[in-house]
Design a protein around this ligand. Structure first.
Ligand SMILES: [Zn+2]
Ligand SMILES: [Zn+2]
Length: 158
């Protein structure tokens, strides 16, 4: 088993965090676990997992090709889970807000999204997300890339 830290910045080992989900050993029990494992699926190029955990009614016709294209052009560098929320009316709907950091075409970028999740047929699914303005990171905060350096000494330099 791999003894590396998980891609999703949980500080847990990969085989005790997202790997059991990505290898279909078990299903995520919470929307946050699903969100984290989907991030790790992007990092490990697990397209099948990304499609399987996308709510069937929301899947695109050529979803696998779209995902392949995204994965080819993007290198994911870090993840911050910011907020979790339950839907006020529907008990099987929850939201997770996160910021994911990436490099694409030699530029750094941030995906700040509030994702919607639904529980159906004993499983959590990702439904869709609303894009938000990039979050501000303080220059003295730890960098999001797990380097243990301050932001200003790491990716904040760019
Ligand atoms: Zn993880
Ligand atoms: Zn960094």
């Amino acid at each position: 088993m791999q003894n590396r830290k998980c891609y999703c910045n949980s500080q847990k080992n990969y085989d005790e965090c997202c790997l059991p989900y990505l290898s279909n050993t078990t299903n995520p029990q919470t929307p946050e676990q699903l969100m984290r494992s989907r991030y790790s699926a992007f990092c490990t190029e697990n397209i099948k997992y990304l499609v399987d955990t996308h709510y069937p009614l929301k899947r695109e016709e050529k979803e696998e090709e779209i995902l392949e294209e995204t994965i080819k052009n993007t290198q994911w560098l870090g993840l911050k889970v910011l907020k979790k929320e339950k839907d006020k009316k529907e008990s099987n709907i929850e939201y997770v807000e996160f910021a994911a950091f990436y490099q694409a075409n030699n530029k750094y970028g941030q995906l700040h999204e509030k994702s919607k999740f639904i529980y159906e047929n004993d499983k959590w699914y990702y439904v869709d997300g609303v894009l938000l303005e990039p979050i501000k990171i303080g220059r003295n905060e730890p960098c999001w890339c797990q380097s243990n350096k301050k932001f200003k000494k790491c990716h904040g330099k760019f």
